[in-house]
Structure formats: structure tokens, C-alpha cells
Design a protein around this ligand. Sequence first.
Ligand code: 16G
Ligand code: ZN
Length: 555
Amino acid sequence: EMQLQLLESLHTQVCKTKNYSYTYGTAGFRDKAAVLDTVMFTTGIIAALRSMSHNGKAVGVMITASHNPPLDNGVKIIEPDGSMLLQSWESHATQLANIAANDTVTQLIQYINEIVATLNIDSNVTPSIVVGMDSRESSPRLMDCLLSTLSPVFMAKIVNHNMLTTPQLHFLTAYQNNHEPSSDDKTVISVSQYDSKFQTAFKDLMNLYEIKDFNDCFESLVVDCANGIGAPQFQQFVKGLPQCNSIKFVNDDYTHPDTLNNSCGADFVKTQQRLPAGVDDSLLNDNNLYCSFDGDADRIVFYYVGNKTTKFHLLDGDKIATLFAKFLKKLLIKANLTQDDIRLGIVQTAYANGSSTTYVLDTLHCPASCTKTGVKHLHHEAQTAYDIGIYFEANGHGTILFSDNFYSKVQERQTIAIKENDLSSLKASKTLLAFSKVINQTVGDAIADLLGVVATLLISKMKPSQWDNEYTDLPNLLSKVIVPDRTVFKTTDQERKLTSPPALQPKMDLLINKIEQGRAFVRASGTEDAVRVYCEGKHADDVKQLSKDIEALIM
Ligand code: 16G
Ligand code: ZN
């Protein structure tokens, strides 16, 4: 039974931020850490209710602001299966936070009772919550706010994983629900289950091809950890992998949270299109492969430097998706599986480079979908449209989803191949199954994606430059414009066209049509008070001009 009357004194103690407006956006709540006490308090309550509505299954709560600056923080809720919070609950989360910040405790309790009544939640269910946080200075304080109601008010079962990456928490939330411990089972669920699952998967795949090191494809892999939680987690992880002993780390100083995402990390490298701080002369080598995690290690981008110069070549989310698509498509063919047996497709957003989409459709002959920005949209499309749904945002957030039909069809083929002694087909089937285990299917995961990319390159004996040369990105520009009111910018067609302000899109179309292979769109950011402008075209000069002209239109 919930002890809601206790909320009165806890609310006074914990919720110092008042007269404030919060929104559960694309990636949960995000703001300056200083104002997040109140919203952490209510997020704990919402997570408890969500768990109760799932009959006490474990719900995850992650405290992080990903690639944002050190003084920001945020929080998001994870469903029992490891996916993102169901969209209809986002508005409950927003409303409860705003009641706690602006109204009385009586109203707060009233709203909780309303949720319980309208959603038919059994208030006798004991909620179960799994929590974690990134390496920010503010995270432990915010964790206390989050936990403040869970024991006294809800008597919740709490598993606190402390510091870990966002995808590790997604994985462990799902893991906990799938491994209900029996009474005599003393297994403590910890990040070591994550480590051993993905280490084993990678080793199995390497053993299948007798690969012992990276030497066929590159000298070292240099990993930029954005000075975030990915550093200790991945350093611990690779200790169990002899194949990975030539990995070098930069920006791994997670114990100095003021350096987090500062001139480094996936977002910096993708938006600046240059090397992060810390990659000095001693690490510059045209035989190396490089990659950058973001602050909570759910994004990754790769890059290399060409020809003894420091020329920088970015291998972003689009390049990762197409690498996986080509690799998996070949394996399907070798395993005698057709596109009718197993539908393989790519899911992108409007930010995907036009060349990547053309390459997917015309060279790989795979279907491509486009969804709105935000992982939940891509994830949903990958899950519903394909058996192998490869989804990536250009910024490096993505993963692959494998359907039940994938597993049954591949297993079927494997049985036939054994019977017919068709060794090449057998190996392809085995590779498909082993590769699917290297991928974190709950959410985009820098560590799992890294393993997937490295395995693909090593098995295909492909150098970073060969990977890059599959297609050439069109010149492009992403800019940010501050406007008085970004909510007037409304879009349709997966954010590719504006419907409001009314006259804008026709004016943009005139400009876009003037340049060769021109494409551009404008959308309000879901995470910042700004409007984003994306432009691409055949010639870099045209793109610059187009971007300037569109910015002038909307300012
Ligand atoms: C959030 C999204 C990310 C998206 C970005 C766009 C998740 C977990 N994260 O970080 O996928 O690319 O927002 O930001 O969904 P914007 O709306 O400010 O352009
Ligand atoms: Zn992130």
C-alpha cells in the first residue's frame, strides 16, 4: 500500500525548485542540474507507478544528460523490456513534475490518485526500480532526490547500479525482468552480466573466423570516451578480450566531470567534423581507426586520417548502418535466404546524407524508411517494418533489431545446411546468429556497436578507407538559429517539410531547386530552444549559400 501522506514532508524537503516548467522531451527531462531536484522527485514517483502498472516488473531510471555540457543533467525512464518509456506516459511525467513545481501537495496526491484510478493500477503491487547514473558531479545529489520517495512512500524494491552507461542500464533492466531469481538463487544482477554476455558474443564471432587481432584491417583502435562513464566501463570490458589489446584510450578522465564532452566526444566530432582534443601526434597514424563515444555511451562515430596528413574522414551513423547492411545482406545470400524470407531494411531520419540513402536503394537494393528525429521513432519503425531492422541517426545513435522470424528462418537454414553438408551456407547462418548476439537490441549502444563494426571490418577484411569509399557524402551544413518562438515551426512528412509558418516552405523550395542535388529542411529542436537548419547539395559553396539564405528567411 502506498503511503501518500508522507509526500507532504518529503516534497517540502526535496523540491526546492518552484514556479518552473518541465517537459519530458525526446530524451526525457533535460535541464541545468541546479533546477532538477523537483523533477527527480516526481520521476521517482512516475517510475514506481509505471512499475506497478506492469504488475511490479522492474522499470529503469537513468540520470544523464548525454552529450550536453557538464552543468546540465537529465533523467529518462526505461520500460521493463529495455525500451523507452511508452509515449502516453510522457505527459503524466510532465504533468506531475509541473504540479510539484507549481501547485500544492494536495494537488500532487490528487493527480497520483487520478493516474492510479484511470489506469486501473493495483495499489497493492510492490514496484521494482533499477537506477543508474552517468559521471556528472550533480548525479549523486539528483539520485538522492529520485530515491527519496521510493522506499518510504512505495516500499519499492530498488537495484542501484550507480555509475554505468545508458545502454548498460537498458540491458540490465530487461535482463532483470527475464531472469527472475528463484528463492535459492543468490545471483546479484550487476554490470558483469552485461560484460560477460557481450564479451562471449564477440569472442564466439572472432573464433568462428579464427581472428586473433586487428592486424588485417588497422593498427590500433583509438577510443575517445568524451571523459564520460564510457571510459571506465569499456576499459573494464576490454580486459576480458585478448583480441582488443591494441585499443588505446583518450579522454578517459571521467573523474574530472568538468571535462565531460569538452572538445571531445561523438557530438563534438560529428558537428565539428574534426579530431577531438587529446588525439596528439603520437596517436596520429593513417593505419589507425578512431571512434568517439558520447557522455553516456549510447552514441558512437568513427573516423580515420588519410595519407600521412591530418585529413579527417568521418564515418558517422549513416556509414555504420550501410556497413552493417552490406555485411548482413551478403550473409543472407550466402545462407540462401531471400528478401522474402527475411526483410532487411534501413531506418534513417531526414538528417541522413542523401548519398547514403541513394547507396542503400540503388547499390545495396535494400528498402529505406525515414522517420522523425528521436530514437523511439526509429526503433519502432525498425521493429515493425523489418526482420533485420538497421536503424541509425546520422549522429551515431542506433542499433539493429532482429525479429523472431529472423531467428527461426536462420535456424531452419542451418539445419538444412548441416543435412546437405553445405559448409559455406552453414558458416553464413552461424555468423548471422553470432553477430546478432554482439548487438544490444534494447537501444543504441556505443560498446556493442563498436564490437559490431570491428567484427564486420575484420571478417570482411576491410580497411577504414575501403569502408568509407563505398559512397561519398554530399557536402552538407547543419546550423542553429535562435528565434523568438520555436513552437511556430511545425513540420510534416517526417520533418522534411514545414507547414507553419505558412509561407516559408514555398520560399525555401525556390532556393533549394536552384542548386544541384539540393535538399534542405527546417525543424524546431526537441532539446534546445532553437531551430535547426539542414542543407545539402552537390557543391559545398552552393550549400553554404543555401544555408545562409534559409537562415535569413527564418530569422
Ligand atoms: C535526443 C535524441 C536523439 C536526437 C536528438 C535530436 C534520444 C535518446 N535522443 O538527444 O536521438 O538525435 O535528441 O536533438 O532519443 P534535437 O531535437 O535538439 O535536434
Ligand atoms: Zn547519449
